[in-house]
Write a protein that binds this ligand. Structure first.
Ligand code: NAD
Length: 328
């Protein structure tokens, strides 16, 4: 029987399927194992947030596939996986709609001051100070989408439903594709000066780290609102804190942070968590992709990739080539 390591909770129906077909080791819960204690015998990993470094991959001689439950692969050393003949796969699109809808949960929270309003009501204050809870509407405003991939395109469609004009910047998307999606392809510097709401959906790469920094924030409208559901590190958070404190932009809502531990089993335990004191910043703890629907799709998709590879086939959505000549 194959041995499979599941790093973090996945959909219970999918876990039941895996347990019926393989010996499963869990990286969470009461039966949590330490991966390095069992790595010698593991054939496949279903990975959510744990870091799979070169050392961990090297300590996994039987490993054939690291199936990411989701799309980001910045917690896997892809080069090391390729060198060791290990496929790395993703489940593209599984949580795109979940993340896109969360963008609007965040944007509307900020636009309508929902966190402040809720905390005031919880404190027993219904109408006092209500006059300063004046929000703004999305209709008629401009949404700027940085990264016009699966999630960015879904955000564009929803934004149009709100009556927003959509700008997009993406080094790969063509003008034809962007226009067909009802948006206008513009360079980043145009997007940041013209957009009322800016939503980031580019991947975190060395070249995109701090792509929104002090200079970009200074060029945004004073009324601009910025949402990041992509990856911490795309925005320079010190610059963001300064921009919000100085009123250079109106607000921000983030689901991801630079200091966020990529290990969701130990999320944000560093206390005090400084970002909560930044004025105008709405935070959620990396939950944008977490819906029942997305969970089932990502779980089913990652398990399907594992089954293919363990049966000796190539996976459907690889991000590397484990059969590259270097491994022949
Ligand atoms: P995708 O690969 O479909 O799209 C990413 C797009 O970004 C591509 O079109 C690419 O060309 C573009 N891009 C690359 N460099 C760019 C740059 N410098 N400027 C502008 N665009 C650039 O990916 P996706 O499925 O849309 O996911 C987007 C991001 O969302 C990923 O980073 C992923 O990790 C993150 N994500 C977060 C959550 C969450 O729970 N918060 C869940 C899922 C995905």
């Amino acid at each position: 029987m194959s041995e499979i390591y599941v790093s973090d909770p996945i959909h219970p129906d999918v876990l039941a399927d895996i347990q019926a077909a393989a010996t499963v080791h869990l990286g969470y819960g009461p039966h949590k194992v330490d991966y390095l204690d069992i790595s010698a015998n593991i054939d496949a990993v279903i990975l959510r947030a744990e870091n799979f470094t070169r050392d961990i991959i090297a300590a996994s001689p039987q490993l054939k596939i690291i199936a990411r439950h989701g799309v980001g692969t910045n917690n896997v050393d892809i080069d090391a996986a390729t060198e060791h003949g290990v496929w790395v796969t993703t489940t593209p699109g599984a949580n795109s709609n979940a993340v896109a809808e969360h963008v609007f949960a965040l944007l509307l929270s900020g636009a309508r001051r929902v966190p402040t309003a809720v905390s005031r009501v919880h404190a027993g204050n219904w109408s006092e100070g209500k006059a300063d809870l004046i929000g703004f509407e999305l209709s008629g405003r401009t949404m700027g989408i940085i990264g016009f991939g699966a999630i960015g395109r879904r955000v564009a469609a929803i934004a149009q439903g709100f009556g927003m004009t959509v700008l997009a910047c993406d080094p790969v998307a063509t003008e034809k594709e962007v226009t067909a999606a009802g948006a206008r392809l513009v360079p980043l510097d145009v997007l940041i000066t013209e957009a009322d709401a800016i939503s980031i959906h580019a991947p975190l790469l060395p070249s995109t780290r701090h792509m929104i920094g002090a200079q970009e924030l200074a060029r945004m409208k004073k009324t601009a609102f910025i949402v990041n559901t992509s990856r911490g590190g795309l925005v320079d958070e010190s610059a963001l804190a300064a921009a919000l404190t100085e009123g250079l932009i109106a607000g921000a809502a983030f689901d991801v942070l630079e200091a966020e531990s990529i290990d969701m089993k130990d999320p944000l335990t560093h206390t005090p968590f400084p970002h909560t004191t930044i004025p105008g910043l709405v935070l959620t703890p990396h939950i944008a992709g977490q819906t029942e629907e997305a969970f089932l799709e990502a779980g089913t998709g990652s398990w399907a990739e594992v089954k293919l590879v363990l049966a000796g086939h190539a996976p459907t959505h690889p991000v590397n080539n484990a059969l590259s000549p270097a491994n022949a």
